[in-house]
Design a binder for this molecule. Structure first.
Ligand SMILES: [Zn+2]
Length: 183
């Protein structure tokens, strides 16, 4: 617990330092593994910035990090005095198209408004998050992101391939059949 409090202290110090395009710098939260560092790809930074603006969150509530990991994710690193969200993107996403990155980023950001719900983790939460993301960027864009993960399945642990593909295909199918009126 003491280490956690210490990490929050470091984070709140870093939070005062804002990068020129408006994001927070990627902080080194050593409690998180694997290691991650500042996401330096300007194309991806710009795409994510646009998604955050569509979702109407402040850019300076977000850290953009790259990680040697197989799946994009999002972690809340501070709640007070205001929320800080760390977006962690696998390095292989550099090779994805704009809509694929936009769809995957919208999904991660889509977790934010659903955090207060008591919905179970798992596929049900992922489907609800996909729907939230589609309200911001359109369902075709979210589907493009999900399909891109299927294309990069080799980065996932081999024993998970079948279950990951099954879940992603289920989410694509569910979203495609859902009636979503984009804002
Ligand atoms: Zn998710």
């Amino acid at each position: 617990m003491r280490m956690l409090a210490y990490a929050f202290l470091i984070l709140s110090t870093l939070s005062t330092q804002v990068r020129s395009e408006g994001f927070l710098p990627c902080s080194h939260l050593h409690l998180l593994t694997p290691a991650h560092s500042e996401l330096r790809n300007d194309r991806i930074r710009a795409i994510i910035g646009r998604v955050i603006q569509k979702a109407r969150y402040p850019l300076n509530g977000f850290e953009l990090c790259q990680i040697d990991w197989f799946v994009p994710s999002m972690v809340v690193t501070a709640i007070e005095p205001r929320a800080v969200y760390k977006i962690l993107l696998p390095t292989y996403m550099e090779r994805m198209s704009e809509s694929e990155i936009e769809g995957l980023a919208a999904h991660e950001i889509g977790h934010i408004p659903l955090m207060s719900t008591m919905m179970n983790r798992g596929v049900r939460l992922e489907v609800a998050t996909d729907t939230q993301a589609a309200l911001w960027v359109g369902k075709d864009t979210v589907i493009a992101g999900l399909r891109a993960l299927i294309r990069y399945i080799d980065y996932f642990p081999e024993e998970d391939h079948a279950s990951v593909i099954e879940e992603l295909e289920f989410r694509v199918h569910t979203l495609r059949n859902r009636d979503i009126s984009q804002r």
